[in-house]
Design a binder for this molecule. Structure first.
Ligand code: HEM
Ligand code: HEM
Length: 179
């Protein structure tokens, strides 16, 4: 398989970024929800010590992905086997996945900076951890989490539908072996 995509399949760089980002985002859902539901400040701080770098990792991967598509690679042509509305919906969902992911990373960083949690968790400043609900970026971070989960379900559901019901090459061409 080649680094760049062909007309019929994604290249190894696009596939690598896609699955690494997906894995990290699943980890972020889990750790974010765990942090939100943890009362003990020490445990919460420990969870956020993993959550924040993962979020920054996804941010860097997403920025690299945008540059990759913009300057170095071209997406494969749609399979063209389904109705046009499905292709349009897929495109809209892909764009929203980018927008909401970037929004989550920005609001998470904003939350850490404004609340001083970044200094406490990574800078050795004395605690206790702040109440995140008191800081404005907590609202978009919470709404964005739900939006991203909705998009994830629609997007992954569509991938599985193509693979198991329609039995076409949609999912295979987003993997490391050629379809
Ligand atoms: C794509 C990136 C990210 C995703 C998908 C994500 C996901 C989540 C989720 C699902 C929650 C729980 C929200 C809720 O249930 O209302 C959460 C909470 C939180 N996240 Fe993130 N996050 C991301 C990036 C970040 C970053 C980069 C930081 C900090 C630098 C951060 C800091 C926090 C904090 C402080 C909370 C609040 C915990 C609480 O209220 O107890 N997040 N995140
Ligand atoms: C939160 C996690 C995920 C994100 C953010 C995400 C994002 C994206 C984006 C933006 C694209 C368009 C290609 C690109 O711009 O690089 C894409 C394509 C694709 N994704 Fe995901 N994805 C995620 C999880 C998944 C999962 C779990 C599956 C499988 C069940 C999946 C299956 C696919 C497939 C098959 C394509 C190719 C679609 C086509 O060729 O039209 N994705 N994904």
């Amino acid at each position: 398989m080649t680094t760049r995509s062909s007309r019929s399949a994604y290249g190894s760089v696009a596939v690598g970024i896609h699955w690494l980002s997906a894995l990290l985002i699943v980890g972020l859902f889990a750790s974010g929800t765990l942090a939100e539901n943890t009362v003990d400040p020490a445990t919460k701080a420990m969870i956020l010590t993993a959550h924040a770098p993962m979020g920054i990792g996804v941010l860097l991967l997403t920025l690299f992905r945008l540059v990759w598509w913009w300057r170095f690679d071209t997406k494969p042509a749609p399979l063209g086997e389904g109705p046009a509305w499905q292709e349009s919906l897929a495109k809209v969902v892909h764009v929203l996945l980018y927008v909401v992911t970037l929004g989550m990373a920005a609001s998470g960083i904003g939350l850490f900076v404004l609340s001083g949690a970044g200094q406490i968790i990574f800078g050795g400043a004395p605690g206790p951890l702040p109440d995140f609900e008191l800081f404005p970026p907590r609202v978009p971070h919470g709404i964005g989490a739900k939006l991203l989960l909705g998009l994830f379900i629609v997007h992954a559901g569509a991938g599985l539908y193509h693979h198991f019901i329609k039995r076409d090459t949609t999912l295979k061409r987003m993997w490391f072996t050629r379809a």
